[in-house]
Write a protein that binds this ligand. Structure first.
Ligand code: PAF
Length: 285
């Protein structure tokens, strides 16, 4: 497996792959890889000739009061995981390689980036869209694999790639969960024992929301209220939002119809966790 630390060397390597007519699959990550990331790599391996993974904790997407300095990192373990899956190349630049000088350019996706996570973390999605654009420019034409765990991020990257004609097919992949339903996330390591035991409440709230829709509920406020109540009943959870939106546009939808997405976010101590679930609202017969 190749490991590249510079933009010039990963570009050269992928240029050769493109010239040889090989398709490239790309999995952007911030490292501290878990089974969710590995599922993206395995999907890329199954669908593309060459799989490249980036490992870069992007400072642009963290606010000054957030966990940039403590974000979990273990490059050696990550490289070993990539080797296990059969990844062909890893791009692991340092901050100076990605941002050698002050950035005066940014990419932001209006509207989609201003609600939910965007409301809680105002500069976050501009940081994500900017670094993903840089990574897409470095990797070149590819299929890029993103987890549905960060559903709003996936919608934003999809729209950005379409709006800017980036030569990238964005592929969304299902959430990978622990046996008790907790969505896998690098931040789960922050949870203490009690918070870890409480965290699956997010998944239970989503399941209850989905069940009430499938049982006939069509009122968005009623579904939001049900999910919020379940999270708020957990003493260790501090609810941030419980939403139900159109699955493609992320706009409010009421009465509920078509494919919708239920999304929740809550704090468990110092750890903010997200989860979501898709529901196809049955048409009234
Ligand atoms: O989802 C992530 O890990 C990050 O937001 C991403 C897409 C790698 C950009 O830094």
């Amino acid at each position: 497996m190749e490991v590249h630390e510079t933009i010039a060397s990963i570009r050269q390597s992928l240029l050769e792959q493109h010239q040889a007519g090989r398709s490239v699959g790309f999995v952007p990550t911030m490292g501290y890889l878990h089974d969710g990331h590995l599922s993206l790599m395995a999907r890329s391996r199954a669908e593309c000739d060459v799989t490249v993974v980036s490992i870069f904790v992007n400072p642009l997407q963290f606010a000054p009061n957030e966990d940039l300095s403590t974000y979990p990192r273990d490059l050696d373990r990550d490289l070993a995981s990539c080797r296990t899956i059969g990844v062909d190349a890893v791009f692991a630049p340092d901050v100076n390689e990605m941002y050698p000088e002050q950035m005066l350019t940014s990419v932001s996706v209006a509207e989609l980036g201003s609600t939910m996570e965007g409301a809680a973390r105002p500069a976050h999605f501009t940081g994500v869209a900017t670094v993903v654009t840089k990574l897409f420019n470095i990797v070149g034409p590819c299929r890029a694999y993103f987890g549905e765990k960060d559903y709003q991020q996936l919608a934003i990257v999809r729209k950005m790639a379409r709006d800017l004609d980036q030569p990238v097919t964005v592929v969304g992949c299902p959430i990978v969960r622990e046996p008790d339903g907790l969505a896998m996330s690098s931040r789960n390591v922050y949870l203490d024992e009690d918070e870890r035991a409480a965290a699956p409440v997010l998944h239970r709230a989503l399941q209850a929301g989905a069940a009430t829709i499938l049982a006939g509920e069509r009122s968005a406020p009623a579904v939001r209220h049900l999910m919020a109540g379940i999270v708020e009943a957990e003493p260790l959870a501090q609810l941030d939002y419980a939403e139900v939106v159109d699955a493609a546009t992320l706009r409010p939808v009421d009465p509920l119809a078509g494919p919708v997405r239920l999304l929740v976010a809550a704090r468990f101590g110092r750890t903010r966790l997200l989860d979501n679930l898709g529901v196809e609202v049955p048409a009234r017969g």
